[in-house]
Design a binder for this molecule. Structure first.
Ligand SMILES: Cc1cc2nc3c(=O)[nH]c(=O)nc-3n(C[C@H](O)[C@H](O)[C@H](O)COP(=O)(O)OP(=O)(O)OC[C@H]3O[C@@H](n4cnc5c(N)ncnc54)[C@H](O)[C@@H]3O)c2cc1C
Length: 667
């Protein structure tokens, strides 16, 4: 098979190539630039993106190189008037396992024993986190790209072909391939390179345009990038800085955020000369980003002096900018193509090539990374002839991701306009509205989740709709009701089309996000998470089996699938706290499943040996609405495909993936 050609080695192209390579799909990635940039437009990876990348990169990696986003401070003329906290779980390992007594009571709840007493006991326990991933990590774009380049090289043996620009392409008449023309863009003009600068032709099975806002692929397709360019002038400066009490000594900071920036905290400050945002760069210690809607207030090339004057005159910050790292100016576009899928799925667009918007909210790179993961597993299936819907599977990429792009454009536009208002009256109203909003926890949480991507859900889309109905009518037994506030919060959230819940689980004796379960070996596609079987349920299964002629529970469970088409599934067993407290003797839903490609993903992520993933706080079972013993089939982009018994899980696979068949069932 000709390789898939990914054009552009920005974050989106690199992620698309990595997800394709993970599935074993031949892929080639080119970029017009000679080297990756060390300058970073994007500064944050939000929670949904951490989960999306989890099959390839464990969340602990981001913790090792960056720190979580802590919150946002809103000021007016330098005076702080509201603060929004982005609550996050402590770093992995900092939270101890619940006491064994507590663990037993959680286990008893899972087993459906002594409901009321258990509920009372559970209510007192340490609840774990409904989000064990932080709201976001302050990882700069260059570091995301570095991680993905290393992954491509080290794990999949793929090098980015640099100095190579796509200049033309033609889709074959029978739509079976794409003939691409690329040009060497290296600047050297020796005889040898002159030779190389002749256009070359590459045959690709599919073409994926991840080549940014000025996308050549999009232009060559001739499609409109509909939208507007805002009539605003924005300046950007990344600086090294130091705190200097002599600056703004006349001001008396009323809050620590007013005087010196707090790690992980964004500082938004509308001024008479335009909105200004200050962001300490997470994993670039001692660096600060200043963005400023300067319009006519700073004509000409921006300098460090312009920014220093801005900080001194319009904030109470006691900050001395010592050295510019990057000075730039930019215009804001709000645009989106009508279709991400062209030529029956032969040519696809993702990331800034497909949608572009204001940086407010820090969503561009995040949205593009999610596009890449969504696109890649579907393309791997289509390219391998494993998609039951054939190339039409790519239409679900459009169906799922186009509305997310449109929503992000609307939301970041609103955020920008709300913050950039200059009229003193409107700023006064905005101040009080914002103050009221952040004071109401549910509204504050809503504001945070709009950024983190927690609201992204495809439950009404084609791939989820039937599975949702099957899950609702499935045979799984509900063994309990929610007992704690945390359980109530996540109750039933693990459903087809939603993101796999990143609730707290315990691996190797430490609290981790359930996202670690998704980390899979190269060559695996998708994850099957098998929930603990409640004791009552297990006894019932054994009794039923005995009545039906001696089939054991283990044999019954052999009906779980072990493959996603021709790819091995990453099968992960979760045990309940009761089982682990009893020395791991309790069975999981998969106990006895024969021949599966069971990975030690959780163990690997914990850095341990054969560690067991334990639903120590009962939150995973709560996420499947208390239905112990079910399996959760998770797509390679971290989205739940199906929840239920073997029938529901096999049903989804057989419906969408050609060579899926039931594993050996008890007969
Ligand atoms: C000031 C600013 C701040 C931002 N902050 C954030 C933030 O905090 N969080 C966030 O998520 N997003 C943020 N963004 C947006 C984010 O930077 C972009 O959404 C992201 O870079 C898009 O990634 P991409 O891979 O689609 O495109 P790019 O990063 O633009 O990469 C495209 C690549 O394609 C290559 N290329 C182009 N044409 C060709 C060709 N013909 N042939 C071969 N290669 C080609 C280019 O060399 C480039 O390497 C910000 C943007 C700006 C301007």
């Amino acid at each position: 098979m000709d390789p898939v050609l990914v054009v552009g080695a920005g974050p989106v192209g690199l992620a698309a190539a990595a997800f394709l390579a993970h599935a074993g799909t031949p892929v080639r990635i080119i970029d017009a630039n000679a080297a990756p940039t060390t300058l970073s437009k994007a500064l944050v990876l939000w929670r949904h993106s951490l989960l999306t990348l989890a099959p390839l990169i464990p969340p602990s990696y981001w913790h090792s190189i960056a720190s979580p986003v802590q919150g946002a401070c809103f000021a007016d003329k330098g005076a702080l008037f509201a603060q929004l906290g982005f609550h996050h779980a402590p770093p992995s390992g900092a939270t101890q396992r619940p006491s064994s007594a507590t663990a037993s009571s959680v286990g008893a709840a899972a087993a459906g024993k002594d409901g009321q007493a258990t509920a009372a006991a559970s209510a007192q326990q340490q609840c774990g986190s409904v989000h064990a991933l932080p709201a976001g990590m302050l990882v700069v774009q260059a570091d995301v790209e570095t991680a993905l380049v290393a992954l491509l090289q080290d794990r999949y043996g793929i090098e980015v072909q640099r100095n190579t620009s796509l200049t033309a392409f033609t889709v074959a008449d029978d739509s079976s391939s794409v003939l691409c023309t690329v040009t060497d863009t290296s600047s050297s003009s020796t005889a040898t390179t002159n030779q190389q600068q002749q256009p070359q032709e590459l045959r690709a099975s599919y073409l994926v345009g991840c080549d940014g806002g000025r996308s050549a692929v999009r232009k060559l397709l001739g499609v409109e990038f509909a939208g507007t360019t805002l009539d605003q002038r924005w300046l950007l400066g990344d600086f090294k800085y130091e705190v200097d009490a002599a600056i703004n000594a006349a001001h008396k900071p009323q809050h620590k955020c007013e005087g010196s920036l707090q790690p992980g905290t964004l500082f938004m400050n509308p001024t008479d000369v335009g909105l200004m945002g200050l962001i300490p760069l997470g994993n670039r210690d001692g660096q600060l980003r200043v963005v400023w809607n300067a319009d006519a207030h700073c004509p000409g090339e921006p300098t460090i002096e312009d920014f220093q004057q801005l900080l001194t005159a319009h904030t109470r910050q006691q900050i001395r900018l010592t050295e510019p790292v990057w000075l730039s100016e930019f215009k804001i576009n709000e645009r989106q193509v009508q279709s991400y899928v062209h030529h029956n799925g032969r040519v696809l667009l993702a990331g800034d090539a497909a949608h572009i918007h204001s940086p407010a909210g820090g969503l561009g790179m995040n949205t593009g990374l999610q596009d890449a993961a969504n696109l890649a597993w579907k393309l791997s299936l289509v390219a391998a002839g494993e998609a039951a819907a054939g190339s039409k599977l790519m239409d679900t990429y459009q169906e799922e991701r186009h509305p997310v792009g449109a929503h992000v454009i609307r939301m970041s536009g609103r955020l920008l306009r709300a913050n950039a208002l200059r009229s003193p009256f409107v700023r006064f109203v905005r101040k009080w509205v914002l103050r009221a909003l952040v004071a109401v926890p549910s509204l504050a949480a809503k504001m945070v989740s709009a950024l983190t991507g927690d609201e992204i859900c495809y439950s009404r889309c084609t791939l989820a709709a039937a599975a949702a109905a099957a899950a609702a009518g499935g045979a799984a037994v509900r063994t309990r009701q929610p007992a704690t506030a945390a359980e109530r919060q996540v109750w039933g959230c693990c459903k087809p089309g939603a993101a796999f819940p990143d609730v707290s689980i315990e691996v190797g004796g430490v609290e981790q996000s359930a996202a670690v379960l998704l980390l899979s070996k190269p060559g695996c596609l998708g994850t099957l998470v098998l929930m603990p079987v409640a004791q009552k349920q297990q006894q019932q299964q054994q009794a039923d089996a005995a009545a039906e002629g001696g089939c054991t529970a283990g044999q019954q469970h052999a009906a779980w699938p072990s493959c996603w088409g021709h790819w091995p599934l990453n099968v992960v067993h979760v045990s309940s706290a009761a089982g682990s407290a009893a020395g791991g003797a309790e069975s999981t839903a998969a106990a006895g499943a024969g021949g599966g490609a069971e990975s030690t993903a959780a163990a690997g992520a914990a850095g341990g040996g054969a560690d067991v993933a334990v639903d120590a706080w009962g939150l995973l079972v709560a996420a499947v609405a208390g239905r112990a013993g079910v399996g959760v089939l998770v797509r390679p982009d971290g989205i739940v495909a199906a929840v239920g018994g073997p029938d529901e899980v096999n049903g989804w696979l057989k419906k969408h993936v050609v060579s899926s068949s039931d594993a050996a069932a008890c007969s």
